[in-house]
Design a protein. Structure first.
Ligand code: AMP
Ligand code: TRP
Length: 360
C-alpha cells in the first residue's frame, strides 16, 4: 500500500447543491536538497534550484538543507550553523515560495537518521563500492575516511524515500545516487512483497545539468574546489563576476560556437544559453564575427542581471534570522508526520513493531 501523503485527499462536498465535487488530481511529490557547505554557486542554481523554482506550482514540493550530509567531511561547527541559515535564505531569495514548498533542515527531522540505519542494513556494500562520488571525495584515502561518507548515498535515499517522492530534480552528478535509491527501494519492496516505498525518478533537465569549472572546463563547477575563480558564487558582486568571467578559460580560436571539442567556450555558451533560453543557433548568430571580449561582456551582463535581484532579497532575508528560523521550524513540523508515517510502516514490515496478529 502506498501511503497517501497529500492533503487534498477527500472529495469536497458543495454546500449549495450537496453534490460531490470531483477531487482535484493530487500533485506529485518533489523532493530535493543541497548541502550547506561553502558558497552556493551557479551550478547549484542552474542545475537544481532554478528548476525547483520554475516548476514549484506544479508539484507538492519538499526542499531540504541536508546538514547531516555536510558532516560527512570535516566542517567547522560555526560554519555549518551559519551556512545552514544562509542556504535557507538563498532558497527563498531564488524564489522558492512557502505557499508551494515545505523547507526544512534535515537534522530537525530525526526520522532521516533513524531510517538511515535501517536502510544501511538493506544496502549491499557492493552497491556502495560502485559510487563514483565516494571514490572522488575519498581521494584514495580509504583507511582514514569516515564511514559516513561511504554511507552518504543511503542517507540520501532515506531523504527521498521517507516522503514517498515521485520526482527528484537534481544536476547530472546525482544520477548514480538516484539509481541507487531506486535499487534500494525496489529491493526492500520486493523482499517484503509490499509497496512500502514509492519508486522515485530523477528529474535532470537537459540545460544546465552540468555546469563546468571556469578554470578547468573538463571538471564540474564545485563548492569544494580550492580556487574560487573556478566558480561564480550566487553572492558574487558585479565586479567579481566580471573578473571571473574575464579569466575563464577559453582557447586560441576565434569562432564563438558550441563545440564539444572546445569545452571552455562551450561551457560559457551553455551558461549564456541557460540564462537567456535562446537556441544554440540564435546565440551563435548573435556573436558571429564578434570576439571573446564581446561575448564575455554580454555573459557578465546576463549574470549580473540574474543574480542582483537574488542578492537583494538574500540580504533582506538574512538580516531577519528569527523569521528564517520560524520558516524552518514550520517546515520541519509539517514534514515530520509524513516521514514518521513511512518510518512506522518500515518498522512494521521488518518486525520492529508489534507484528499483525491476523496473519496478514
Ligand atoms: P551540492 O553542491 O553537491 O550540494 O549539489 C546540490 C545540487 O546542485 C545537486 O542537485 C547537484 O546535482 C547540483 N549541482 C552541483 N554542482 C553542479 C554543477 N556543476 N552543474 C549542475 N548542477 C550542479
Ligand atoms: N547528494 C546531494 C548533492 O550533493 C544532496 C542531497 C542529499 C540530495 N539528499 C538529497 C539531493 C535528496 C536530492 C535529494 O547534491
Amino acid at each position: 500500500m502506498l501511503i497517501e501523503t497529500n492533503n487534498e485527499e477527500k472529495p469536497a462536498v458543495s454546500a449549495k447543491a450537496n453534490t460531490v465535487v470531483p477531487k482535484p488530481q493530487a500533485k506529485k511529490r518533489v523532493f530535493s536538497g543541497v548541502q550547506p557547505t561553502g558558497n552556493i554557486h551557479l551550478g547549484n542554481y542552474l542545475g537544481a534550484i532554478r528548476n525547483w523554482v520554475n516548476a514549484q506550482a506544479e508539484f507538492d514540493n519538499i526542499f531540504c538543507i541536508v546538514d547531516l550530509h555536510a558532516i560527512t567531511l570535516p566542517i567547522d561547527p560555526k560554519e555549518l550553523h551559519t551556512n545552514t541559515r544562509k542556504l535557507a535564505a538563498l532558497y527563498l531569495a531564488c524564489g522558492l515560495d512557502t505557499h508551494y514548498c515545505k523547507l526544512f533542515v534535515q537534522s530537525h527531522v530525526h526520522q532521516h537518521a533513524e531510517m538511515s540505519w535501517i536502510l544501511n542494513c538493506f544496502t549491499p556494500m557492493g552497491w556502495l563500492n560502485r559510487m563514483t562520488q565516494f571514490k572522488s571525495k575519498a581521494e584514495s584515502d580509504l583507511d582514514s575516511v569516515d564511514t559516513g561518507l561511504y554511507c552518504y548515498p543511503v542517507l540520501m535515499a532515506c531523504d527521498i524515500l521517507l516522503y514517498q517522492t515521485h520526482y527528484v530534480p537534481v544536476g547530472d552528478d546525482q544520477r548514480q545516487h538516484l539509481e541507487l535509491t531506486r535499487d534500494i527501494a525496489q529491493r526492500f519492496n520486493s523482499t517484503y512483497k509490499q509497496n512500502v516505498f514509492t519508486i522515485p525518478e530523477a528529474q535532470i533537465r537537459e540545460m544546465g545539468a552540468r555546469i563546468m569549472s571556469l578554470d578547468d572546463p573538463t571538471k564540474k563547477m564545485s563548492k569544494s574546489e580550492s580556487n574560487p575563480n573556478s566558480r561564480i558564487s550566487l553572492l558574487d558582486d558585479p565586479k567579481t563576476i566580471k573578473q571571473k568571467v574575464a579569466r575563464a578559460t577559453t582557447d586560441s580560436q576565434r569562432l564563438i560556437a558550441f563545440d564539444p571539442e572546445r569545452p571552455g567556450i562551450t561551457n560559457l555558451l551553455t551558461i549564456y544559453q541557460t540564462l537567456t533560453r535562446q537556441s544554440q543557433q540564435e546565440i551563435e548568430q548573435e556573436f558571429a564575427g564578434k570576439g571573446y571580449g564581446d561575448f564575455k561582456a554580454a555573459l557578465t551582463e546576463r549574470l549580473v542581471e540574474a543574480l542582483t535581484p537574488i542578492q537583494q532579497r538574500y540580504n533582506e532575508l538574512i538580516s531577519d534570522l528569527p523569521t528564517l528560523e520560524s520558516i524552518l521550524k514550520q517546515g520541519a513540523d509539517e514534514v515530520r508526520p509524513i516521514a514518521e508515517a513511512t518510518l512506522q510502516q518500515v518498522k512494521q514490515v521488518i518486525g520492529l513493531l508489534q507484528y499483525p496478529q491476523n496473519g496478514s
